[in-house]
Design a protein around this ligand. Structure first.
Ligand code: GDP
Length: 458
């Protein structure tokens, strides 16, 4: 079916130690033989065993293009499950490009973005959720995201989905057989049995759906807003957080409304601090825009950090904000712990309903506790990578929600005493929705859309 031979530069564009040009397809080895000569040997790659490395030169006609190592991997033992040759060349932009051109001249076609992974999927080596994990591994911005994507790549999500589908299929088959052969297979009492089964499935599905809320936080970072009165120490805190030794900062202008976000990377987690009200420049959020507007800014945040100046009395603004953040994921910081305290930690804890951490942005104390608290708010107990699967992909979450709805319908049908063939319609729906996650019964255009998100050479 996919017999033409594709090639692309598989490494990032830019100067580096080595660059890799990857060739995959039926003619991959023949194409490589046309341009590669192993040093001091007469043998061709065609005549060599699989999974061997060959040292030699790439030729464009008589001209040597580069000194390279060539890796030979015959299908199905390769990433694409097709014959694959990887040319390790020097990593300069010009030289990798020249090698690619030579490969294309020798009979390969330039690969589309994601086409290698797409072939791995179409050749049945990985399923769709694993293919998507390839993109996520490449794009992972923090350790949690990476761990979760690697788990997905190794099949954690697929395994769970397959188990659920098997259970559903069993029930569909049972109903269908019983309806076909009522003399031998009885449906007496089946509704009650099925009810127990679907309730279990509902629980499992809803746990997976819930995990997708964390999944977004893991893959994209925790959307964070820092609130506090003027001079509470918000900018000082930001400066500590983005300080060279603990954070990597990049400024990106948001795609909408020009919101500036600073990405802070702390001990394996990422915070995207939304500078909605210009914390760093104007430093008087609450006063300037008012409590309501400040809360509005914080509406979409995953986390609110509220900074209180511990050396001044609490006022009406503080009390109002603390009341408003009671139901939110928030941390309250009692700043300026180096000065004589006027407010007590206990008082604020009681008023805000949140853990209060005493810090000094000036002396950089208490920051570790803040990091620990954020971790425990978002990760601990909820994300255990050893036995819990995390749904990080929006498409998967959507399919899970739809499957959940169908399973709920089955439950309703059982409870309202509908005939059994009603059950199987909704069971079938759930089965198909879950199939979308692993790529069974997905339409070609969805496959194309998913792989178009890849970059070249993947
Ligand atoms: P913002 O208006 O909330 O952004 O507050 P700033 O970060 O601009 O801080 C206001 C003032 O408080 C500045 O003079 C800071 O140097 C000072 N400040 C901030 N944090 C601390 C702290 O932990 N201890 C002390 N003593 N002063 C601080």
């Amino acid at each position: 079916m996919h017999t033409d031979t594709i090639a692309a530069i598989a490494t990032a564009m830019g100067n580096s130690g080595i660059g890799i040009v990857r060739i995959s397809g039926q003619e991959a080895v023949a194409v490589a033989d046309r341009i590669f000569k192993e040093k001091g040997k007469q043998e061709t790659l065609e005549g060599s065993p699989s999974h061997t490395i060959h040292y030699g030169y790439i030729y464009d006609g008589d001209q040597v293009v580069d000194e390279v190592l060539v890796m030979l991997m015959r299908g199905p033992r390769s990433f694409t499950a097709e014959d694959t040759v990887e040319i390790d060349c020097h990593g300069g932009m010009l030289v990798t490009r020249r090698i690619l051109e030579t490969v294309l001249k020798a009979g390969a076609r330039l690969a589309e973005p994601g086409e290698f992974t797409k072939r791995a999927f179409l050749n049945g080596r990985i399923d769709l959720s694993q293919a998507e994990a390839v993109i996520d591994v490449i794009n992972a911005k923090n350790e949690y995201a990476l761990k979760s994507s690697v788990g997905q790549l190794r099949g954690s999500v697929s395994k769970k989905i397959r188990e659920l589908r098997e259970k559903i299929l069993y029930e569909i088959a049972f109903i269908e057989s019983a309806l076909d052969d009522p003399e031998h297979i009885s449906l007496d009492g089946y509704g009650e049995r099925l009810l127990i089964g679907v309730q279990k499935m509902e629980q499992e599905l809803s746990r997976l759906i819930r995990s997708s809320a964390n999944g977004r936080v893991v893959s994209e970072g925790i959307r964070t807003v820092i609130l506090g009165k003027p001079n509470a120490g918000k900018s000082s805190l930001m400066n500590v957080l983005v300080g060279e030794d603990r954070a990597i900062v990049t400024d990106i202008a948001g795609t909408t409304r020009d919101i500036l976000e600073e990405h802070i990377y702390l001990q394996g987690i990422s915070l995207n601090v939304v500078d909605t009200a210009g914390i760093r420049s104007t430093s008087d959020v609450v006063e300037k825009i008012g409590v309501e507007r400040a809360m509005e800014a914080a509406r979409d945040a995953d986390l609110i950090i509220y900074v209180v100046d511990g050396s001044r009395e609490l006022d009406e603004n503080d009390l109002q904000i603390m009341e408003l953040i009671r139901e939110r994921k928030a941390v309250v910081l009692l700043n300026k712990s180096d000065l004589e305290p006027v407010v007590s930690l206990e008082e604020i804890a009681e008023k805000s309903g949140h853990r209060v951490i005493s810090i000094s942005a000036k002396e950089e104390t208490g920051i570790d506790q803040l990091e620990e608290e954020i971790k425990s708010l978002f990760y601990e107990g909820e994300i255990d990578f050893n036995d819990q699967i995390l749904i990080t992909n929006v498409r998967h979450a959507e399919a899970l929600r739809e499957a959940y709805d169908s399973i709920r319908m089955v439950e309703n049908s059982i409870e309202s005493g509908m005939p059994e063939d009603f059950f199987s319609i909704d069971l079938m729906n759930a089965y198909e929705k879950l199939g979308l996650i692993v790529g069974e019964a997905v339409e070609d255009d969805l496959v194309n859309e998913i792989f178009s998100k890849f970059c070249m050479g993947k």
